[in-house]
Structure formats: structure tokens, C-alpha cells
Design a protein. Structure first.
Lengths: 283, 121
């Protein structure tokens, strides 16, 4: 299947319009692989035929399926490990003290794909039951992909997926064999909820998130969109909360809505722009 | 440089695993069954053993039990790497002294993280 430049441009335009994500030249080689299964499933013989159907607008649901197929849903449990260590050792002890009164923590996994990050967070709390006894831990995972969110809600992972990032004792503690693979056990599923959400749109309720993880998502967006999303995330956070980004991602040069936490490298604090503006004006 | 002994009766699996391990900067040795693996361990104990379950001559489980019975002070970490992918086999492996468990198929990332978790990568 040949992917012409014009076809690439049309598909890239569709993806960016729906999700804000860019299909950069380096990712265009994925088009062929990403769409092969969809073409087979829908009985569409060529990519040109697919483009024709999309352009004619004959099947609106097809555009959604194409976008879903083009999204990169790569993820795994405890991806990169370090951020989870940072949460456990730096952010959570501080939040535990600050929220001692309400005993409630709200965490948002923004761009959660098939849910592994949200379940990893749930394990982090569930593996320290004495510390978190009596607390309400609300972990929300959101993603623009309906199929990814559906999978996250099911909490069922293939044999290949379930062992990516998990130690074996963790795997057999938190997952059980099912007909379709390995399913997160009910106590873990109860700790997380998932919803479809586009990061370019207003943030999910209830807002006031104590921790937001938005990892390996923003790298696919242009700088204006990144800036918009930082603003949206910032508006949904508790003033003393933290944002975590993916390895190699930063707020520096991207936004003034967040600043690096000098005490904990890798954590970013929301900045009250009103205050910042006043400081800038010498007020 | 850490050393890894790959124990698998499949030449293809040994080749794939060797390739991954060498990119992770391991010095790799190979054995085609549990008996040969024991002999290699007697000669020079590796840091980690990547161990298949079903093999001719001596299975991975037999090898593991004998290895752990010998009580050497320099016991290697043992990571099962097998198509036996059900809870019963996993529990049996852990009870026999395995440190980690990889279900085939696997990729470089999975193996790398498992080796990190047992402290050899």
C-alpha cells in the first residue's frame, strides 16, 4: 500500500483537526501499518479509496476510526519508573500532610491511553494501605480515543501488555486470569475511572486535581496547542498541586503557567498568572 | 559487565535473547538444556539466568531446584522466560526460587525492566 504525500496530508489534517496531534514526517511511516487492519475490517481495497470516502464525508464514523487508528497508544505499567518514585517519595508525603484534614486526593492521568498509568497509580496507593486508610483517592484517566478508554475501563490486558513494566509479584497480586487476558482485580478497578476527553477542550470535573500526569502527549502537538493545554491543565489544578510530564518534556519555553519545582526535579507547580503579572508590573 | 546465561532449547529464541541482552551490555553465555546450564554454572556462576521451562534432558524447573539446593553464596538471579503463561506455573516458579517471570512473546523493554527489577541491569 503506497502512501502518497497528498494522502498523508489529508490524514495528518484530519488527525490534527480532531486531536491537535501532528503527524510529523517521522511518524508518517506508521500510516500504512496503522491503517492496514481498518482497511481489511471495512473491506476498503486501497488507501486512495479510503481517502475518497473520507473527503466525500459519506461515512462520518470512518473518520473517527481513522483518527483512532493513527493515534499512538504506546504505554506500559510504571512507564519510566522514576516519576512514580518521585511521586511516592516527594509529592505524596507532602500532600498527605497538607490534605490531612480532608483526606482526599484527586489525580488526573491526562492522555491515559489504555489505562496502564492510572492503574499504576492505583497500585502505588493500594500497596501502602496503612498509610492511606480512610482516604478517598480519586484517580481519573482521560483520553481522546474512545477505544482506548473502553479498554482502560475493562482493565483487561494481553499477556504481552500485562508484563510490560510490572514485576511478576505485582502482576499476580493485582491481576487475574480471564478469558480475554489478564484483568485488573476489582479493588484496583474501583480506584480508577476513565472518560473520553480531548485535552483541547475544557478539563474534566471536578477540577482541583492535586496531581496531573500528562506524559508523552504534548510532544505530538505544536507549541500553540501545548500552551493552550498547559493553561487548561493549570486551571483544573489545586494551587499547591503538581504536574508531571514525560521524560524529555518540559514547561521551559512552552508556558508561564507552570514552573519547575526547585525541590523536586521533574515536578512542576502551577503559577498564579495574576500574581506573576503583578510581579512583572512591579506591584 | 554483567553476565547472563540463556537456557533455551530453541536456537532462534537464544539468538533473539542474545541480541537484546548484548544491546543491554550483558556478556552472554548459552545452554540448550538444564543439564548443560548446571555445568556452566558450576564452571562460572553468571549474574542472571534467563530460563526456559520445557527443555529436553533437564527442564528449567529441575535446573532451578538443583541450583537453589546447592546453596552457593553467589546464587544468580533467575528469570523464567517461557510460554507457560498461567498463574499455576508462575506461582510454582516463584516458590522454587525464581526471581522474575517473562511470558513469551516479549520485547526488549519488557526484558530490560525485568532485569532492572531483579537488580542486574
Amino acid at each position: 500500500m503506497q502512501v502518497s504525500d497528498s494522502s498523508s496530508r489529508i490524514l495528518a489534517g484530519l488527525l490534527e483537526a480532531r486531536t491537535g496531534q501532528q503527524l510529523t514526517m517521522s511518524r508518517r511511516w506508521r500510516i500504512e501499518t496503522a491503517l492496514a487492519a481498518l482497511l481489511r475490517e471495512r473491506g476498503i481495497p486501497t488507501l486512495d479509496e479510503l481517502i475518497t470516502i473520507l473527503v466525500m464525508g459519506r461515512e462520518p464514523s470512518l473518520a473517527t476510526q481513522v483518527v483512532e487508528a493513527l493515534l499512538n497508544n504506546e504505554t506500559y505499567f510504571f512507564r519510566d519508573r522514576t516519576p512514580f518514585d518521585l511521586l511516592a517519595k516527594a509529592a505524596l508525603p507532602k500532600l498527605a500532610r497538607r490534605r490531612e484534614g480532608s483526606k482526599r486526593l484527586r489525580i488526573w492521568s491526562a492522555g491515559c491511553s489504555t489505562g496502564q498509568e492510572a492503574y499504576s497509580l492505583a497500585m502505588l496507593f493500594a500497596e501502602d494501605p496503612v498509610r492511606w486508610a480512610g482516604w478517598t483517592i480519586d484517580i481519573l484517566g482521560t483520553d481522546v480515543s474512545e477505544s482506548a478508554v473502553r479498554r482502560a475501563r475493562d482493565g483487561i490486558y494481553s499477556q504481552f501488555e500485562v508484563q510490560r513494566g510490572l514485576g511478576v509479584t505485582q502482576m499476580i497480586r493485582w491481576f487475574e486470569e480471564s478469558d480475554d487476558g489478564w484483568r485488573a482485580i476489582e479493588p484496583l478497578r474501583r480506584m480508577v475511572r476513565f472518560q473520553v476527553q480531548n485535552l483541547l477542550e475544557p478539563p474534566p470535573h471536578p477540577g482541583q486535581f492535586d496531581i496531573v500526569l500528562c506524559r508523552n502527549v504534548l510532544l505530538y502537538l505544536n507549541i500553540e496547542r501545548r500552551s493552550q493545554i498547559f493553561e487548561r491543565i493549570g486551571s483544573a489544578m489545586a494551587p499547591d498541586g503538581w504536574l508531571m510530564l514525560g521524560a524529555g518534556e518540559t514547561v521551559i519555553g512552552q508556558t508561564k503557567r507552570f514552573e519547575a519545582d526547585a525541590e523536586s526535579r521533574g515536578l512542576y507547580r502551577p503559577v498564579n498568572l495574576g500574581e506573576a503579572a503583578q510581579i512583572a508590573l512591579g506591584a | 559487565m554483567k553476565t547472563c546465561l540463556i537456557v533455551d532449547d530453541s536456537k532462534v529464541i537464544r539468538k533473539v535473547a542474545r541480541h537484546i541482552l548484548e544491546t543491554l551490555e550483558f556478556q552472554v553465555e548459552e545452554a540448550g538444556d538444564g543439564r548443560e546450564a548446571l555445568d556452566r554454572c558450576e564452571a562460572k556462576m553468571p549474574d542472571v539466568v534467563l530460563l526456559d521451562w520445557n527443555m529436553p534432558v533437564m527442564s528449567g524447573m529441575e535446573f532451578l531446584k538443583l541450583l537453589r539446593q546447592r546453596g552457593h553464596s553467589d546464587q544468580p538471579k533467575v528469570v523464567f522466560c517461557t510460554t507457560e503463561n498461567d498463574m499455576a506455573h508462575i506461582r510454582a516458579a516463584l516458590e522454587a526460587g525464581a526471581d522474575e517471570y517473562v511470558m513469551k512473546p516479549f520485547d526488549r523493554e519488557t526484558l530490560h525492566i525485568k532485569l532492572q527489577l531483579v537488580g542486574v541491569a
